[in-house]
Design a protein around this ligand. Structure first.
Ligand SMILES: Cc1cc2nc3c(=O)[nH]c(=O)nc-3n(C[C@H](O)[C@H](O)[C@H](O)COP(=O)(O)OP(=O)(O)OC[C@H]3O[C@@H](n4cnc5c(N)ncnc54)[C@H](O)[C@@H]3O)c2cc1C
Length: 333
């Protein structure tokens, strides 16, 4: 008699995509092992802007109560600052700001609470015999010559916490941009991209690159930790596939984070990967599903990146309606 054993899933990487995959697979009755190289909580370079569409996904994953308990900041508006001009628009629904140290830890804790096993190790991208493999190890950064962009981030807080603006603001400058947005506990996230050469010149202290408009906002505040820097950032607007594993999140592809939709895509594709791997859905079908979900977002992000890289930031900000920019850079939920 053939016994119907629960599927055994190995997930490499316990970022948002990996933990979402684990939660979705556990909900399907699978046994899950997560392999993660870092101990949580840990900070990560990220703007920490969470699109409103993440809420139903967190609900479906059973992580919405833990998310609400972390008290994410509410974000209602977007403000773009380009060469002294300002463009403002209201988001169709309120977005959220939550640090990656809180978000990643709460998702992982939820997966562990529901029975996932965790192994802290730098894992090889292969699974034990009889297990399905989900690769959620984040973006890969192949060495590349030429101009290279790096990401940077820090948190700032006021000496006496004041009411924070419920806006995410983007400041564009020569070769890069930086965002300012609230996260939990009254802190502000400052995160951006700049050419590696410019960052090297200022000793990886990005304040020196930031426009005065942003700096004047930071001066009365205190930095909570040293600047974190990551890179090179290689944008890959094409999907990668894999012959024997379900890739999810940034492992599938990585678009300019200016779109603020990477975490939403990570949760979406992580959930799909967890379901597909535990149900035995073919890799072909899984990748077709991912393509349908992300294709439009990738195309629009690639076009915008091309325009930003060609110095057309002002045209993007001035001529493209903000609501349009926002909607077209969301994955299809
Ligand atoms: C500068 C910048 C700003 C951004 N701002 C935003 C934003 O505001 N909003 C937004 O939605 N998105 C933003 N993003 C994108 C977002 O950070 C990513 O899309 C998101 O982190 C993808 O999640 P993930 O789980 O796929 O990968 P990751 O978050 O990278 O997680 C991968 C995990 O795998 C682990 N890992 C890697 N290799 C191994 C290994 N061999 N063995 C074991 N573990 C391993 C890592 O330690 C990590 O914990 C930004 C990105 C950058 C670079």
């Amino acid at each position: 008699m053939k016994l119907d054993l629960p599927a055994q899933i190995e997930v490499i990487g316990a970022g948002p995509a990996g933990s979402a995959a684990a939660l979705a697979a556990l909900a399907e009755g699978a046994r899950v092992t997560l392999r993660e190289k870092s101990r949580f909580p840990r900070h990560k370079v990220c703007g920490e802007f969470l699109s409103p569409e993440i809420l139903p996904i967190l609900e479906a994953l059973g992580a919405a109560p833990a998310f609400a308990a972390a008290k994410p900041a509410r974000i209602e508006r977007v403000v773009l600052h380009v060469r002294g001009r300002e463009k403002r628009f209201r988001l169709p629904e309120a977005a959220f700001g939550l640090s990656r140290s809180a978000l990643d830890a709460l998702l992982l804790d939820e997966a562990l609470r529901r029975g996932a096993q965790l192994s802290i190790e730098r894992a090889q991208p292969c699974a034990a015999a009889g297990s399905a493999l989900v690769l959620a190890h984040g973006r890969q950064a192949p060495a590349r010559s030429g101009a290279r962009l790096f990401g940077f981030k820090a948190h700032f807080r006021a000496a006496s916490p004041a009411a924070l603006e419920e806006s995410v603001e983007l400041f564009f400058f020569e070769g890069g941009y930086a965002g300012l947005s609230p996260v939990e506990q009254g802190e502000l996230n400052v995160c951006g991209l700049a050419p590696q050469a410019a960052l090297r010149e200022c000793g990886f202290q990005p304040e020196e690159l930031l426009p005065e408009r942003l700096l004047s906002r930071l001066r009365p505040l205190e930095r909570s930790f040293d600047w974190l820097v990551t890179g090179p950032l290689v944008f890959r607007n094409e999907f990668r596939g894999h012959a024997s594993a379900y890739l999810a999140g940034d492992a599938l592809g990585f678009v300019d984070p200016f779109t603020g939709s990477g975490l939403l895509s990570a949760l979406l594709t992580g959930r799909l990967a967890g379901q597909a791997s535990s149900r035995g859905t073919s890799l072909e079908e899984y990748y077709a599903q991912c393509r349908r979900t992300l294709r439009r977002q990738y195309r629009v992000a690639a076009t915008l990146r091309g325009m930003l890289g060609a110095g057309l930031t002002e045209s993007v900000a001035r001529w493209i309606p903000g609501e349009w920019l926002y909607r077209l850079t969301r994955p299809r939920v």
